[in-house]
Ligand binder design. Structure first.
Ligand SMILES: [Zn+2]
Ligand SMILES: [Zn+2]
Ligand SMILES: [Zn+2]
Ligand SMILES: [Zn+2]
Length: 167
């Protein structure tokens, strides 16, 4: 039985759904583009381009709070056909977890290390006996929900009645 695991890091929120918004000035001699929000022609001096579509400045809005996304910053988030501002996206989908080592909250979008269903801050992902840090791809051992390096794991195996104490 191979009990070793390879360390993996990942973003807390899976799938990057951040999209850019561009503000373009409309050239007077071009045909007006249709707005993806209201389907009318855009006759303003400026229009927004996002998700490969064109929008009135007033039409590109967050589905939740109705804020104009062209103003809040220049990114929007999409999920299940909803267009959302960053704040609402994080509130709805940015599930945060607690670090299995320090029990503090891990904010959405932060990189984490994962071991089984546990997630850890990058800084917290270390051997819980000698504090050796692991990089992505390094081998570690998970015993009784403790992260162990190879040395400590093998030493533990040699001792009889092995019962690791957390720090
Ligand atoms: Zn429109
Ligand atoms: Zn919003
Ligand atoms: Zn932590
Ligand atoms: Zn160790």
């Amino acid at each position: 039985m191979n009990n070793w695991r390879n360390a993996v890091s990942e973003r807390r929120v899976e799938g990057q759904r951040e999209r850019g918004i561009q503000m373009l000035s409309v050239q007077p001699d071009t045909k007006p583009k249709g707005c993806a929000g209201c389907n009318r022609k855009i006759k303003d001096r400026y229009l927004l381009k996002a998700l490969d579509k064109y929008w009135h400045e007033d039409c590109l809005k967050c589905a939740c709070c109705d804020c104009r996304l062209g103003e809040v910053g220049s990114t929007l988030y999409t999920k299940a056909n909803l267009i959302l501002c960053r704040r609402d996206y994080l509130r709805l989908f940015g599930v945060t977890g607690n670090c299995a080592a320090c029990s503090k909250l891990i904010p959405a979008f932060e990189m984490v290390m994962r071991a089984k269903e546990n997630v850890y801050h990058l800084d917290c992902f270390a051997c819980q006996l000698c504090n050796q840090r692991f990089c992505v791809g390094d081998k570690f051992f998970l015993k009784n929900n403790m992260i162990l390096c190879q040395t400590d794991y093998e030493e533990g195996l040699m001792k009889e009645g092995y019962a690791p104490q957390v720090r």
